[in-house]
Design a protein around this ligand. Structure first.
Ligand code: NAP
Length: 354
């Protein structure tokens, strides 16, 4: 390559973000150990964002809360340490990130076609585990929503999706919804009319959205069964009226889950089971809750591929196992529309995250 061509490549940056990887060389940003988040280095495919709020992945936030004995200042310290060490909020224990809300500071010349302008309020739709991030300080930690207000800067690569904040709902609520925007569209792809659907962790953010989407898809002759550990969240879910049955149950206990689900599904198991919990150890519960040749969809980042694959094999269960892709075409619009369509769901989510 000529030196002019090399210079052009350097100042454009790689659309996949490899130009920001410090360690190990040649890695993509998500699996990389360390990224360069120096915003004084300009690359024309990048969009630079002044960050206001981090929406931490639920499994990651819970892990950091547990590691700090429930102390929000301890969570703040862990986030500052991770970002300082890795140049991104990539939880070294759970491997997950989250996403962020901020204001566009700079649009590279080769990113202008994306339609964003300086001053736009945006949410990133790619994981914090691959987004270069630097933090000046943490302003507030909000455990109920797993959101952290910060002052900092982030870099969005050409290949990383992002969305303009909607004008018709509180930004914190929209941020919470966009964090799990990949969940409901997948339910719409998998759940058929008259199907039975089980949602583990159904009272949480993604669980509520999946249960609402399942209700839309299966109709009134189908069946939606929600399992939730928190009695308070289970009561909220019951009050929404989208589930045929809501049980307070520990999704890490496969026998308890089986005893709830089988009697409600003619002893066969559900056509589709979704794992939306924020804790590890529910793979076998999802598997025993699913009928022969049914589908188990693991949206939870706390899922172990090994536990799911070997667990299904070990009990001779021929079901399709799906990993939750955080991205689906049109996922942000799909999820926001689902919530706009249901005033009761919107009100509940606003009361928690708005
Ligand atoms: P959330 O709002 O915290 O919901 C999780 C729910 O699961 C909560 O209601 C929680 O109850 C419940 N739960 C916890 N332990 C349980 C148990 N043993 N049995 C039954 N229910 C239990 O979390 P979220 O934001 O919806 O996220 C859910 C999962 O999706 C997380 O694992 C997150 O990492 C993952 N996620 C995946 C993607 C992706 O792209 N695939 C994107 C974003 C998030 P408590 O409130 O009592 O704990």
């Amino acid at each position: 390559m000529s030196s002019e061509a090399t210079q052009r490549t350097l100042s454009a940056g790689d659309p996949l973000g490899t130009h920001r990887v410090l360690d190990p060389p040649g890695a993509l940003p998500q699996p990389a150990e360390r990224l360069c988040a120096d915003t004084s280095r300009h690359f024309e495919t990048e969009i630079v964002v002044d960050v206001e709020t981090l929406n931490i992945d639920a499994a990651s936030f819970r892990q950091m809360e547990e590691a700090s004995g429930g102390d929000p200042d301890g969570v703040a310290r862990l986030v500052l340490e991770t970002v300082a060490r890795r140049g991104k909020q990539h939880n070294p224990v759970t491997g997950s990130g989250g996403m962020l809300l901020g204001v566009v500071r700079r649009v590279g010349a080769l990113a202008e076609h994306r339609g964003f302008a300086v001053g736009d309020r945006i949410a990133t739709l790619a994981s914090l585990s691959l987004t270069p991030l630097s933090l000046r300080r943490i302003v507030a930690v909000r455990p109920t929503s797993a959101q952290i207000d910060v002052e900092g800067a982030a870099i969005v690569f050409a290949s990383a999706p992002l969305a303009r904040m909607p004008g018709d709902m509180p930004e914190r609520l929209a941020l919470a919804l966009l964090d799990v925007a990949g969940a409901a569209p997948q339910v719409a792809r998998f759940a058929g009319s008259r199907d039975s659907v089980v949602v583990l962790g159904a009272g949480g953010k993604s669980g509520l959205l999946c249960a609402a989407e399942a209700r839309r898809c299966v109709g009134r002759s189908g069946r939606v069964i929600g399992l939730e550990a928190s009695p308070e969240y289970a009561a909220d879910l019951r009050a929404l009226g989208i589930c045929d049955h809501v049980a307070v149950a520990d999704a890490r206990d496969p026998i308890a889950v089986r005893d709830v689900v089988l009697p409600l599904t003619g002893d066969a198991g559900a056509d589709l089971t979704l794992s939306c919990v924020n804790v590890p150890g529910v793979e076998l519960s999802a598997i025993v809750a699913t009928r022969d040749r049914g589908k188990a969809y693991f949206f939870a980042m706390s899922t172990s591929f090994t536990a799911a694959a070997l667990g299904a094999e070990g009990i001779g269960k021929d079901i399709d196992l799906y990993i939750g892709n955080g991205y689906a075409h049109g996922h942000a619009e799909h999820t926001l529309a689902l919530v706009r369509e249901s005033p009761a769901l919107a009100q509940l989510l606003s009361s928690r995250y708005g």
